[in-house]
Ligand binder design. Structure first.
Ligand code: ADP
Length: 333
């Protein structure tokens, strides 16, 4: 009779230990009692973020917009004295890898106001009601620290349009979204909290989230153009030991359609390729190989292709090469 009793008590103690965990601050492994606390990371005066606007190449208009948001918080009188209302939120919209998160991090580094950062998926948990409670907790913390900025990355994780079909609806996500909408309505424009969010799927967001009075502004961040790519290459080539005759303009013209993240990847790959060949500096050839690798994947040395297939592929690829060559040449009048 005693054995099952001991087993049950043992199991119970083990469970309690697991749940209790080391009581961390908000977001720490605080166990079951802290589950409703927000997991936001707070960047305040004490915490140093070593990313600045200099690390974000191009995106000049977006930088001006986000700096204006900081200015709203620091000098609200300047805007309200003329009868204007300070926006409550701004949405960074753009394809993946274009530097939305990087821009927000740089903003945390430069803003000198408390900056709460979390990702949309951080609200989601196994238990119902946790998302909404985390939203409440986040705003409670933010109100204590106001004026401050809240940044929610990948907001589409919670901000998806609420289902019209009752069978398909996801109650937990909808609760979280409803709570976010309520909180955004709840604070006045003078409360000194501005919400910044990033997404690459603005089309799936709930229209209630996008209406003026919530995310009033949309800051669009597009894939970089030729000049933008050149600047991004300059930023990412800084830590790389490169050969003197590296032509950055040429690199930028060889990478149409690349986002910032792809360019960072090319620079890293080139350095790895050069290291594999035992070189002491990274040369143009390594960059060519890296670009090929990023576009086309790994070289397949042992794939069996018939001679006819090879010929067809050669014609096809020669077409790409000719187009690429002419595109990178200056346009003659
Ligand atoms: P997302 O838009 O998906 O949030 P990220 O901000 O996470 O993209 O960008 C990923 C990486 O790409 C960054 O860490 C950075 O190295 C590089 N990157 C993207 N855009 C730029 C840019 N404009 N300038 C410099 N690096 C960039």
């Amino acid at each position: 009779m005693l054995l099952p009793l001991i087993l049950i008590i043992g199991l119970w103690i083990l469970l309690m230990r697991k749940m209790g965990g080391p009581a961390g601050g908000s977001g720490g492994p605080g166990g079951i009692f802290n589950i409703g606390k927000s997991k936001a990371t707070l960047f305040d005066k004490g915490t140093r973020v070593n990313i600045t606007f200099n690390d974000v190449a191009g995106l000049d208009e977006a930088k001006v917009e986000v700096m204006e948001i900081v200015d709203f918080l620091k000098n609200p009188k300047k805007y309200t004295s003329l009868g204007g209302k300070i926006p409550k939120g701004a949405l960074l919209v753009g394809p993946p890898g274009t530097g939305k998160t990087l821009l927000a991090k740089a903003m945390a580094g430069e803003a000198q106001v408390p900056f709460f950062s979390m990702s949309g998926s951080d609200f989601v948990e196994l238990f119902v009601g946790v998302g909404a409670s985390r939203v409440r907790d986040l705003f409670k913390q933010a109100r204590e620290k106001a004026p401050c900025i809240i940044f929610i990355d990948e907001i589409d994780a919670i901000g998806r349009a609420r289902g019209k079909n009752v069978m398909m609806s996801n109650d937990e996500r909808e609760n979280t979204l409803n709570q976010l909408l309520v909180e955004m309505d709840g604070f006045g424009t003078d409360s000194g909290i501005i919400i910044l969010a990033a997404t690459n799927r603005p089309d799936v967001l709930d229209s209630a989230l996008l209406r003026p009075g919530r995310f009033d502004r949309q800051i669009s961040i597009d894939k970089p153009d030729l000049n933008g790519r050149e600047h991004i290459f300059e930023v990412h080539l800084k830590p790389i030991k490169k050969s003197a005759n590296l032509d950055i303009k040429k690199l930028a013209s060889m990478t149409p359609g690349f986002a910032g993240a792809d360019i960072a990847n090319v620079c890293n790959e080139a350095a790895l390729i050069a290291a594999r060949k035992g070189k002491t500096e990274v040369e143009m050839d390594d960059f060519n190989d890296a670009i090929d690798r990023v576009i086309g994947g790994l070289e397949k040395k042992n794939k069996i292709i018939s001679p006819e297939e090879k010929e067809i592929i050669a014609y096809h690829e020669a077409g790409h090469a000719i187009c690429g060559w002419y595109r990178s040449m200056p346009i003659r009048s």
